[in-house]
Design a protein around this ligand. Structure first.
Ligand code: NAD
Ligand code: DAU
Length: 343
């Protein structure tokens, strides 16, 4: 089995590559990643010498290059993690979100049509459902919840989902989509809430909380997300959407306070800042479908997962300090030069 994993130098994609190489030592795994500001090749250094792994630096929007790779590798499965993923950046500049998240998805699916695959899997997000009100804790997102997006990021992801379903119906492409809640864990880029708060707290810097910090997210340990995608690509029904979530809703402010306690840092570091424009109030996933059909359940409790995550950031300071300093951008050139580089 040959699997192309796009966006594998980012947070969830890299964790998925580790999961796949460990669980399926006979699979050939190819990571296609543009190495944008969010891609960090040093994340993958432990697998770069694995004979069943290949890294290719390329843009999913580059049709010629994507087709060249498909021609060479003839993948059975494609799992698309590649995306611009940060909501705040999408509010500042939507353009690249539309390009990568929508056009890139169509380029990948065109290559899948041309060369034939057994499965194209789109890694989507619960943000396509918009948000839920704080005073209705009885409401959850199911796969039938209408698409109702708030940010340019979520609109671009929703557009991609619609395209994926259109390719299934029109061309018969064998697709699945997963819509997951907020992930946390190792290799999370320190512009996102949990790693940003950990890094700032460790450096005794202010901890920025948007608005009143009352927004709720449904946090899932990244390995549980990877296991869910593994189940979907192997056993999920073609043409189906699967929601993935931890039933673990928390207010932002409670997470920030918890991290302060774990690191023994004063809450006086917490700084309330201007709210995000269009800020979604609450996300909450109903994962009944993936549980009933594929037997998936989250395995890591938040209390354990956050401890493991904080420990990882303490033990891997170099990884996030290089990101904060900008030095990580030179890692590829320094270590690999033009090796395996299509651009
Ligand atoms: P990330 O920002 O950490 O990583 C994205 C990766 O994609 C990077 O390695 C980047 O270099 C690569 N990339 C970006 N544009 C590219 C392009 N044009 N061509 C090739 N590679 C490109 O993102 P993440 O948090 O790991 O999220 C991965 C996927 O999961 C995204 O599709 C995101 O929408 C989705 N998702 C994320 C979460 C979350 O909590 N982080 C939750 C649900 C779904
Ligand atoms: O729900 C899935 C989504 O989760 C993914 O699709 C996105 O790719 C991923 O980035 C994440 O989006 P969020 O916007 O929920 O994540 P973020 O870490 O940016 O913010 C989490 C919450 O914390 C949100 O309510 C905004 C708030 N926040 C964020 C930052 C960066 C703060 O209060 N302060 C901050 O500095």
């Amino acid at each position: 089995m040959t699997v192309i994993i796009t966006g594998g130098a980012g947070f969830i994609g890299s964790n998925f590559i580790f999961h796949m190489l460990k669980k399926y030592p006979d699979y050939r795994i190819i990571c296609l990643d543009k190495l944008t500001y969010a891609g960090n090749l040093s994340t993958l250094k432990s697998v770069m010498d694995n004979k069943n792994f290949r890294f290719v630096k390329a843009d999913i929007c580059d049709r010629e290059t994507v087709c060249k790779l498909f021609e060479e590798e003839r993948p059975d499965v494609v799992v698309n993690f590649a995306a611009e993923s940060h909501v705040d950046r999408s509010i500042e500049n939507p353009d690249v979100f539309l390009q990568t998240n929508i056009m890139g998805t169509s380029v990948l699916m065109d290559a899948c049509r041309k060369y034939g695959i057994t499965r194209y899997h789109q890694v989507s997000t619960d943000e396509v459902y918009g948000d839920l009100p704080l005073d209705r804790p009885d409401l959850f997102f199911t796969e039938e919840t209408p698409i109702h997006t708030s940010s340019p990021y979520s609109a671009s992801k929703a557009s991609a989902d619609l395209l994926v379903m259109a390719y299934h119906r029109t061309y018969g492409l064998s697709v699945t989509i997963s819509r997951c809640s907020n992930n946390y864990g190792p290799y999370h880029f320190p512009e996102k809430l949990i790693p940003l708060i950990i890094a700032n707290a460790l450096n005794d810097k202010p901890l920025p909380v948007y608005g009143k910090g009352e927004n709720i997210r449904d946090w899932l340990y990244v390995e549980d997300h990877c296991k869910a995608i593994d189940l979907i690509i192997h056993n999920g029904r073609v043409g189906e959407v699967y929601n993935i979530g931890g039933h673990n809703e928390m207010k932002n402010i409670d997470i920030v306070k918890l991290i302060c306690r774990e690191l023994n840092k004063p809450e006086s570091l917490i700084t309330y800042v201007a709210d995000r424009k269009g800020h979604d109030m609450r996300y909450a996933i109903d994962p009944t479908k993936i549980h009933n059909e594929l037997g998936w359940l989250p395995e890591t409790k938040f209390a354990d997962g956050i401890k493991k995550t904080i420990k990882w950031y303490l033990e891997n300071r170099e990884w996030w300090e290089e990101i904060i300093s900008g030095e990580y951008r030179n890692y590829y050139e320094r270590t690999y030069g033009n090796l395996n580089c299509y651009t």
